[in-house]
Design a protein around this ligand. Sequence first.
Ligand SMILES: [Zn+2]
Length: 76
Amino acid sequence: MPLNPHHRSCDCVKRSGEPKRTYVTQAEAEATIEYIRSRRGVALRAYYCEVARGWHLTSDVARFGYGGTSQRRSGW
Ligand SMILES: [Zn+2]
């Protein structure tokens, strides 16, 4: 059941072992972050997956650092 037929699949999984959802754009990922924050009060962050060529969400702030929801990428 390909969720993102236009993107490559990757091995990123949640702690539960489920495959992570891949968001096509950073904007889509961050919109979802805002939704989850408003609904559940959980702060997530988006990071770019080079394998899937898309964006994942993570709550693992300790691992990735807590510097906002987006990576510093010039030209985006
Ligand atoms: Zn990935």
